[in-house]
Write a protein of this length. Sequence first.
Length: 612
Amino acid sequence: MAKYFLTPSNNYDTKIGTLIDKFVNKVKSFPPGTCPLVVQYTSLRSSVGQTCGKCVPCRDGLPQLAILIRKVLDGEADQSVMDQIRELALMIRDGSDCAIGYQPAFEVLESIEEFKSEYDSHIRHKSCLDNVGQKIPCINMCPAHVDIPGYIAHIGDGNYADAIQLIRKDNPLPTACGLICEHPCEERCRRRLIDDAINIRALKKYAVDQVAADTVAVPKPLPDTGKKVAVIGGGPAGLSCAYFLAQMGHRVTLYERQQALGGMLRYGIPNYRFPKVRLDQDLNAILSAGNIEVKYGVNVGEDISPQEIRAQHDAMFVAIGAQKGKILRVEGADANNVFSAVKMLDDIGNGKIPDYSGKIVVVVGGGNVAMDAARSAVRCNAKDVRIVYRRRQDDMTALHSEIEAAIMEGIELITLAAPLAIEKNELDDCVGLVVQPQMTGPYDHEGRPSPVAAKKPPFSIACDVILIAVGQDIISLPFEQFGMRAKRGIFASDLTTAVPDMDGVFVGGDCATGPATAIKAIAAGKVAAHNIDEYLGYHHEFPCDTKAPPAKDNLRIQVGRANTTERPAYLRKCDFEHVENPYTYEEAMQEAERCLRCDHFGCGVLQGGRNL
């Protein structure tokens, strides 16, 4: 009689799973700036190790393909080798039985097209392109290229004011980013090789929690140049540009249509995520730099034209953001109680809190604006709040932490449901949202599965209020009439933020990229300030007396990441008070000690100049 056994807990597959987890962390920590051929070769060698050996194209073809790519990488190949690579990859792609064979071959063919110039450089010059070279991961991944290892070291030494000054050298909104930044700097953190990425945003928040940003004096500006620059828009891009220009000695006039500065930081992000008293700390510091005059309540295009502003200044930076919510193009969209989520958040930012007592609120969308609107509706006493999204939860563009927080606060996610129509009663009040069930289809150009209608009947979601959060529009017409080119409202510019064929006009932030993150807008303002300075005939170095402290020995033992916590959902959903609990001293010191100081050890010692 045959005997059957349970799989032992310590079998090879279990142990290999641990090795695979470590391998995944190595892949996630691949240093930015690495030669793409190295990445492709490494990926291909991994596929070679996975082959089962049954089909010849995979079993014999993948190792040979890896050998050929290695020749290119080592500068030992000519064009005939590239032809062999293409032919072999096509054969493996079309002849392999399973994805272990055909997918890596397909990826090789993709990389030949995507990185054509890099392959050509290895063939012709036997070397990488000049811009290839490992970079400090966190600094490179931060759009503003803040000296992150430096300010973490200051925090570890208890020098919080110095940490703020070092942040401010590249980012004049340390409090804002400490509270709401999406922390792309953590994506390639080398600490993953040991345990997990450093909680960089939490450490920044800890610094500004200990010492308010407006109590740390900004550097004295450089001598007055007499040059006048107009900045249109007081959001993160405009504020950053104004601050850096003022520090360089230029005179800045900032035009803001609202009665307070901050843009979407003030009028788009609710108080529970970013208390406005904390925003004011950054604003006070920025304005204390001097050389900045703010004109509030000025709607450029109505109160004054862009032409007039440009004529009165030596240069102009347009940073008007994406301040208008898109509409939902479905039948019944003109019903009462159907609002833009952007407008709703703007009203809350202006102190106009809606009362949704006893009402069912439906929010349409899957981004951070949708989460902010839904969580705000809960705090406006809504009876029930539901988010309707046409894709899967995994495809939502909102931060995972925001989605999780919304669910914890009792918000229901209705996914794979595309709005078809809004139902109205005899008074034209909305009473329901009709949706068509969806299923996932082929991937789109953004790398997400496209939703397609499923063969299921539509259904109605009862509601009293509908908030539309399907994107934001840019009020571009006055500037297009001025001569600035735009496509679907987004202004044309190059990487220097200069506007084509418009002398002395620069643009940045959401109006140049479409709705993005605060740190990307800050980076655009910084780049614009330096390029405006060059346009005006200068080459100022930004004043900063603070430097990173000397590096200490690495902490090489595994230590768990100190995550931040929030007030319990049953309490926090009842008010607009800040939800995040502060770090303790012990948490901050342990987290700071985990930094490997990549600016000093490894590639950091070879690091030269870096992008702005």
